[in-house]
Design a protein around this ligand. Structure first.
Ligand SMILES: [Zn+2]
Length: 217
């Protein structure tokens, strides 16, 4: 979805994890051991993601929701671009960069305040209890935010069609969601793990394919 907004993906040969070991910068163990290193990584990520703009695919899905054709979006992306494009019901399975959390008192600090703190110090702290804040994204080794898998599963089971956009369907539990639905279609460049189970597979960019869907409607 978001590579078309200039955001690098994680798992391709040119993706983020080709250069950085996720367990060193994006795991809960790394956060507990060395939060400065984790925040050094996320500070740059947050700045990059906030500069990115929603692309044609984000806008098309928001328009489909306005027309009553899309019920909700379930995303593994943390960049908030669906919300910024105007989508209203967005289930962020891996959290987002919108805020940071205190693991001790559960305080939520908005990204603006977090970035302001990071101008002054290496790690942002909780204004309530002074503990180090954790990025609002789900780190490796952490549980997913409470309720998101249940909500996503309910949505998939209730849907006439699940549209999989820009995912190679490798990361669980999101990769299992299409199998909960009555049927599913896939828009993705390159093969996915569930191509032969889909009612339709379109090998194209998300922006191109979804803009064409809008036009055809
Ligand atoms: Zn706190």
């Amino acid at each position: 979805m978001s590579t078309e907004s200039g955001i690098p993906d994680f798992r391709s040969d040119t993706g983020i994890w080709a250069d950085v070991d996720p367990f060193e910068v994006a795991s809960i163990q790394a956060f507990k051991r060395d939060p400065r290193r984790v925040w050094g990584f996320y500070r740059e990520r947050i700045h990059l993601l906030r500069e990115a703009e929603p692309n044609a695919a984000h806008h098309a899905l928001a328009e489909l929701e306005r027309r009553g054709l899309v019920a909700a979006i379930v995303t593994q992306n943390i960049d908030t671009l669906h919300t910024r494009a105007g989508s209203r019901d967005v289930v962020e399975v891996h959290g987002s960069i919108r805020s940071a959390q205190c693991l001790r008192c559960l305080w939520t600090e908005p990204a603006d305040a977090v970035l302001a703190q990071l101008e002054e110090r290496a790690t942002p702290v909780c204004p309530q209890c002074d503990d180090v804040l954790k990025p609002g994204v789900t780190l490796f080794g952490e549980l997913l935010p409470p309720g998101v898998v249940e909500r996503a599963t309910d949505l998939a089971r209730a849907a006439a069609l699940v549209l999989v956009v820009g995912s190679s369907l490798e990361v669980w539990p999101a990769a299992g969601l299409p199998l909960e639905a009555r049927s599913f279609a896939i828009v993705n460049r390159g093969p996915t793990a569930l191509d032969d189970r889909a009612v339709l597979k379109i090998d194209a960019s998300a922006g191109e394919a979804l803009a064409a869907v809008l036009e055809a409607l």
